[in-house]
Design a binder for this molecule. Sequence first.
Ligand code: GAL
Length: 670
Amino acid sequence: MAAAVSDRIATLSAGGGLVFGCDYNPEQWDRSVWPEDVRLMQQAGVGLVAINIFGWSSINPSRGVWDFSALDEIIGLLHAAGIRINLGTGTASPAPWLTAAHPEILPVGEDGTVFHPGGRQAYCPSSPIFRDYAAEVVTRVVERYGDHPAVSLWHVSNELGCHNALCYCTTSAAAFRGWLRERYDDDLDALNRAWGTTFWSQRYSSFDDIDVPAQALSLRNPGQILDFHRFSSDEQLALYRAEAAILRERSDVPVTTNFMVTAHIRNLDYWTWAGDMDVIANDHYLDRRLDDPRGELSFAADLTRGLAGGAPWLLMETSTGAVNWQPYNLAKAPGELRRNIAAHVARGADGICFFQWRASTQGAEKYHTALVPHAGEDSDQWREVVELGGLLDRLGEVAGTRVEADAAVLFSWESWWAIENEGRPSEGVTYLGQLHAAHAALSDAGITTDVVRPGADLDGYRLIVVPALHLITDDEAAVIARAVENGAVALITFQSGIVDEQDRVRTGGYPGAFRDLLGIRSEEFAPLVPGQTVALTDGSTASVWSERFKTTDAEVVAAFADGPAAGGPALTRRTAGAGEAWFLATQPSRDDYRALIARLAETAGVAPIPGATREIEIVRRSNGTDSYLFVINHGDSDAEISLVGHDLVTDAPATGLVPAGAVRIIKEDV
Ligand code: GAL
């Protein structure tokens, strides 16, 4: 199980401590480069190297032909240098001979477009043909290397579902029908009820008539779309499970795959995947398309820790500088790489790996930065990498410590799918937008936060934030109500608790699942248009949303002073048992949201970390004996913070000065 092995991420590389690793694609280089690569890896302190990720066409160049000579050699070189291997199963992208022989495995988009090979991941996830050939590749690889002493982690495929999560081909449609029969226990009436198919004459009289929700003339059936998302996530998980089973039968080495907990990928419900991973591993790149890329990084890192059940996790991929897949691929600012890495470690990463080792000179990713840049060893980037290796080495003692949080944010992929389903009240309400706003408010207020799944045990959290949790089951809602009864303070925001697990609106007044807990009854949504702001009677400003509701058993803390819900409540509080349930019907400005969180934290008895602000990110990791304070100054001015202990960055006693852009990691005197 994840937690047990995650505690031992340090064992994945020979040095112990924090893992420093990378993806390595030696097949892109002449053999003469390999010894040089290994020498430089040793110089930088790289201890874990992922290989054979895209190895299929190298090890199995044509049908029935296998050639492991290059892989043998590279594994031998790495092993001799004491570098451990994160061995890819090699199935991330089918070799061209396979798609040429079986074009029926190619994935199909919602408009019927067949996606041709030439990129990567060009296969239908449900294709039995693909699955059979992939199983053979995995079997060959594990039989050859399963006992190799350098292999310390299995890397199944690569970012499963990154491109092909949703496939609309006939094979997928048949698999979808099979999945639906299972979900609804072969009961077609149950499916018809769940999807509300009496609407627009969509009632099915046979499972055989059901198709995937491909492009249609009008809005499609939201229940069908929601189930298609569930099915698609399960199909990708099935790919993982099939490979993991082959590996586990023949090898004791831990198995994982790299998650994509990030802003632009939403098709995999990792809550349902996490239990299958021996180590939780995530890929994360700064997304410059967002307003607050580093805020997103912090949220993603906290969510990854949530997937690991609070245990340490592995950052499987990130970049030293620019990526090549955004419209504007910005270089990192001076010190930004270190700040990013410190934020990941602060939030529970026990290993930092990069994509990739040496910058490619060919192929679609030749302008993606790497540990060894095109400029080579004599470059500022390489010197920064060596320096980073040194820092990770000094931070070794942090490994295994945990982040402790008194606050929790609830997050759900199912809610993400549901709230952004077709025919919604406002396109301005994005699920991540609401999550990021809440998380930023907590972070700005100095409150360290776990990100947990609805239904998770909330004992031990005194402050619980539930942003836009649109879809929720009765049982999950009951857990929140119980936590409040037991003394927690919960902030539930607009659009939470609106639909049940089938995306059916809960009637009798919004938000159906939380109406009683909150003591409110809402009759009408009144979303705001882009750029529109409203004033609240407590002096705060808000945007995105408002709604017309009344209190039934709650106190109005602030009302809308203007806008479509003027005069009505905007923020309410209800005392319930030993706790309080608050409802927020809009999105306050960042500062106002922070102030609200600070107030709730005080009520809940959750102490902020002193010195934390919007610009100064501070998180503590500890293990009961030792305690490490991560202080990251993202701002333009120097900060003075009270710090007592030894600074592992400067390897000197801590001073209170945290210069602009600097990172301080203090082993605290306790
Ligand atoms: C990931 C992927 C890597 C590489 C990287 C570039 O999505 O796993 O293979 O493509 O992005 O940022």
